[in-house]
Design a protein around this ligand. Structure first.
Ligand code: C2E
Ligand code: MG
Ligand code: MG
Ligand code: MG
Length: 282
């Protein structure tokens, strides 16, 4: 109907759009401009190796400097995914993160990995591996320092195709982590077919430590299964010492969470890493 009425129909249609729909159109335009105009910033959250006590990596997390405030991903990533802008956004973040990590290395900071989130649309893009390769070479970054984070739902529907895509990525020399692990529907037996370096245990299980016996049982089971499959484990959302100690004692390899540090702008991250003193575990 809109088509037959031509421009007039479209105008009528736009007029009838709800406030929410118009707000969405506006946000989409602004987000597109933000990507072009460098209004997106990347913060870096430190990660610690629970066996050595050292900072072993960071996760790159995007923020949007918009109308005088810092907008968090929860407020614009869903929109970016819906509109397809997530591909440009994801490339932007990966480009920034690789260049930043390379710059820290060049400045003499002891090298560590950077984890970059990849959304389903990017993962499905047939040119995706090529883009990652181009970003790495433009940044002059050794691929071993890049880890791409994907989620269960992205790889579980077409296992064979996912294995092929993931193998293309690991052939570049980067590593892959499974983000938010435990919230999806992974069949545990399928996990071993994927070239995964790491499971990131979702914060919802960590939250229950030490009060919720079920969460602790699930976390322990995931940790021992991963160990048997030869996959490393990182706990997300660790907020206190009890959680860290429980996870470390249950065999968790690394942790990330406010207890170590919040996501930090680049200058503060560098300061954190430089000043971080390994404290002996009790
Ligand atoms: P995620 O990849 O699971 O990232 C971890 C989130 O947990 C981050 O939220 C981080 O700030 C938060 N977090 C870290 N430690 C703690 C803690 O101790 N307690 C609590 N309560 N939260 C903690 P953030 O930065 O708001 O990002 C949310 C999500 O947005 C990310 O979840 C990721 O799925 C998505 N995201 C962020 N940046 C990007 C990006 O560049 N591309 C894509 N595709 N998604 C992104
Ligand atoms: Mg992540
Ligand atoms: Mg996560
Ligand atoms: Mg999470």
């Amino acid at each position: 109907r809109v088509k037959r009425e031509g421009r007039d129909g479209v105008r009528k249609f736009t007029k009838c759009m709800s406030v929410a729909a118009r707000e969405k159109v506006r946000m989409t335009k602004e987000l597109r401009t933000a990507i072009e105009n460098d209004e997106l910033v990347v913060h870096y959250q430190p990660q610690k190796d629970l066996r050595t006590g050292k900072v072993c990596g960071v996760e790159a997390l995007v923020r949007w400097q918009h109308e005088g405030r810092l907008v968090m991903p929860g407020e614009f990533i869903p929109l970016a995914e819906e509109t397809g802008l997530i591909c440009a956004l994801g490339e932007f973040v990966m480009t920034k993160a690789c260049a930043q990590v390379r710059a820290w290395q060049a400045a003499g900071v002891e090298p560590f990995k950077v984890g970059v989130n990849m959304s389903a649309r990017q993962f499905q893009d047939p040119g995706m591996t090529r883009k990652v390769a181009d970003i790495l070479s433009a940044a002059d970054l050794d691929p071993r320092w890049l880890e791409v984070e994907i989620t269960e739902s992205m790889i579980m529907c077409d296992v064979a195709d996912s294995v092929r895509k993931m193998s293309e990525l690991t052939a570049l020399g980067i590593s892959l982590a499974l983000d938010d692990f435990g919230t999806g529907y992974s069949s545990l037996s399928t996990l071993k077919s994927f070239p995964l370096s790491r499971l990131k245990i979702d914060s919802s299980f960590v939250k229950g430590i030490p009060a919720d016996e079920n969460d602790m049982a699930i976390a322990s089971a995931i940790l021992s299964m991963a160990k048997k499959l030869g996959i490393q484990t990182m706990a997300e959302g660790v907020e206190n010492a009890e959680q860290e100690h429980f996870l470390r004692d249950a065999g968790c390899c690394q942790m990330q969470g406010y207890y170590l540090a919040r996501p930090l702008p680049p200058s503060e991250l560098r300061e954190f890493v430089t000043n971080y003193q390994e404290l002996p575990y009790l």
